[in-house]
Design a protein around this ligand. Structure first.
Ligand code: DXP
Ligand SMILES: NCC(=O)COP(=O)(O)O
Length: 237
């Protein structure tokens, strides 16, 4: 079964809007796990506009499932991850001004850089994943840099799903086949939702984990966090 890791960035966004501790990120994360979430994901950005670096340290003390930290491996991110030692680190090539993640790695251009960073994390006992587009060339490049897993960047799937789901999933099926042949584990994320998750998981049989934040928290406004987590778990069965 594919694991559901809930991305709690949006809880931190809401908390930061008033400067206090409402909603309480640690309580929400604990509750998400008690509702059935199998992981907690955060993506601290350099401007700390939602998750703060201190949140990563605090979450490490309470997350009982799998803790996944995503981000661009700038020096202060690398230091944070090595200090916190989550179960998994996901490397994402975001630029500072980007509103959200908007591209996968060019694993060929950044081969030497990624190889070094991945080696550092693996030596510290942290599983590595890198965010990539569903492009076989980039996936072969991912194998070369030594990562344990890839995270397929699913924005194009989510957008195209509305128009033609068979066409939307096609590159991801090919990408998953390449990754499997190369022995890479497969995660996926970005803009996955209650509408599009089941079709994705059914067509990518070796999908190990999805990380979902924006849609899940938005859906929870209407349905409640407990219901929403369990609806995802049902669709991922
Ligand atoms: C890596 C990825 O796909 C992102 O979805 C990310 O983790 C979300 O980040 P924001 O919450 O900052 O948009
Ligand atoms: N890795 C993707 C993630 O953590 C959440 O992305 P989104 O659901 O907020 O788009």
């Amino acid at each position: 079964m594919t694991k559901l890791s809930v991305n709690v960035n949006k809880i931190a966004t809401l908390r930061n809007a008033r400067g206090g501790n409402v909603p309480d990120l640690l309580k929400v994360s604990r509750d998400l796990e008690s509702f059935g979430a199998q992981g907690i994901t955060i993506h601290p950005r350099p401007d700390e506009r939602h998750i703060r670096y201190q949140d990563a340290r605090d979450l490490k003390t309470i997350v009982k499932t799998e803790f996944n930290i995503e981000g661009n491996p700038i020096p202060k991110f690398i230091d944070l991850v090595l200090e916190v030692k989550p179960e998994q680190v996901t490397l994402v090539p975001d630029s500072i001004e980007a509103i959200t993640s908007n591209a996968g790695w060019n694993t060929i251009k950044y081969k030497d850089f990624l190889t070094d960073v991945i080696k550092t994390f693996k030596q510290a006992g942290i599983r590595t994943s890198i965010f990539v587009d569903p492009d076989p060339k980039m996936i072969r490049g991912a194998k070369e840099v030594g990562t344990d897993r890839i995270e397929l960047y699913t924005e194009s799937y989510a957008t195209d799903y509305e128009l033609n789901k068979e066409k939307a999933i096609r590159p991801f099926i090919e990408a998953a086949k390449s990754a499997k042949e190369l022995g890479l584990g497969i995660n996926a994320g970005h803009d996955l939702s209650l509408d599009n998750i089941q079709y994705f998981a059914k067509n990518i049989p070796n999908l190990l984990e999805v990380s979902i934040g924006h849609a899940l928290i938005s859906e929870a406004l209407y349905l409640g966090l407990d219901n929403v987590v369990n609806m995802y778990l049902h669709k991922l069965k």
